[in-house]
Design a protein around this ligand. Structure first.
Ligand code: DP6
Length: 356
């Protein structure tokens, strides 16, 4: 009922589906207004995505932001207040229309909220794309050019750093690197022309080891880097690894790619363990799975590699040609360590899609 009421009064509506992404070189540590201390690169995913519809209508009741927010079909106060805060922080500089109209945001994830998968990258990028689209439509434009995606990336970043990489297909780089032309701290850039074909159909099977909410948020984790004694060394290391990773991605060197990817995942968690206060997000199941993946690779020579985000879930990355063998291994050996046997089978994807 709510939807149809809003749609009748709706002045302009935009809908986007935007995917999550998995970082290969990790963003960990930020300064200023959501600027990264080091460059990062990620695969854009496909199955794990957020669909968001935003419409604006006349009749703002005078509140600074007049927002009706629906998540997965129901009201969600926690998310609504985060979105409200975000909209407030960007409206004056980027989208004055946000305070002029009534806003209706209807958003849902393709993956269950209780799956432990971070939804901020897909969620914030989907919202940013809708806002940029509405701004264009208000100005009588419907142009999805480089400037459009660049602005969407800036706005996504302000919502959640890693989200700025989700607006581009296949692979995106975020953060200034002296040897990556066009790279910037303010937005991500597409890097798909620098990607060897073998990576374009890479799989990412996400093993849900725990569905619990994280004990330490990403933002709190980033902030702890400020006093981490290894911070400077880490930022230098990320710059060096970035260069090696971009070479491996371009040449199709899967074993170099895999080694750097795994080293990055373990470095990320090591940084958490040596923060003050220290904390551990890995679970016993994460470690068991990691060890089993390494043993499987040694025994079979199949290039199956793991990575981790800021949580216990394990992402398994591998080339398309090994899908069957890897699937048998996962079902037989790894599934028992997954929460309720949950696995999200994802792949490198082609980026956000306008759905309305
Ligand atoms: C470990 O982007 O979630 O996934 O900017 O505070 O929203 P905020 O943090 P967020 O951090 C993601 C960290 C990471 C690595 C990565 O995606 O690069």
């Amino acid at each position: 009922m709510l939807k149809s009421t809003v749609m009748t009064n709706s002045l302009i509506k935009s809908g986007w589906e935007s995917p999550s992404n998995i970082a290969l070189i990790k963003y960990w540590g930020k300064f200023g207004k959501q600027m990264p201390h080091n460059p990062s690169v990620s695969f854009t995913l496909s199955a794990a995505a957020t669909r968001t519809f935003v419409d604006i209508s006349e009749g703002n009741n005078g509140d600074p932001i007049d927002l009706n927010f629906v998540f997965n079909g129901s009201k969600n106060e926690k998310f609504a207040s985060r979105i409200n805060k975000f909209l407030n922080s960007i409206s004056d500089e980027y989208f004055p229309f946000v305070k002029k109209y009534k806003l209706n945001i209807d958003t849902s994830n393709s993956f269950p909220h209780s799956s432990g998968i971070a939804s901020s990258a897909s969620g914030m990028s989907a919202l940013a794309l809708c806002l940029c689209d509405i701004e264009n439509l208000l100005n009588g434009k419907q142009l999805y050019d480089n400037d459009f995606y660049r602005k969407a990336s800036v706005i996504s970043r302000l919502g959640s750093g890693s989200a700025c990489r989700s607006v581009f297909p296949e692979i995106a780089v975020w953060g200034r690197h002296e040897n990556i032309s066009g790279s910037s701290n303010e937005y991500a850039i597409p890097a798909n022309t620098e990607l060897h074909p073998v990576f374009k159909s890479f799989h990412d099977d996400i093993l849900i080891i725990s569905a619990q909410e994280k004990s330490v948020s990403s933002t709190a984790g980033h902030n702890l880097m400020e006093n981490n004694p290894f911070a400077k060394v880490r930022y230098n290391q990320a710059n060096l690894r970035m260069e090696m990773m971009m070479k491996a991605l371009k040449s199709g060197d899967i074993s170099a790619f895999g080694k750097i990817t795994e080293d990055e995942a373990l470095t990320l968690h090591a940084l958490m363990m040596c923060s003050d206060p220290s904390y551990i997000l890995l679970k016993e199941g994460s470690l068991t799975v990691i060890n089993k993946v390494k043993a499987f690779r040694d025994q079979t020579t199949i290039p199956l590699y793991f990575t981790l985000d800021a949580g216990p879930n394990v992402h398994l990355l591998y080339p398309d040609e090994y899908e069957n063998q890897v699937n048998i291994f996962i079902q037989e050996e790894l599934k028992p360590f997954c929460h309720e046997g949950k696995i999200i089978r994802d792949k490198v994807g082609s980026g956000p899609v306008k759905i309305c």
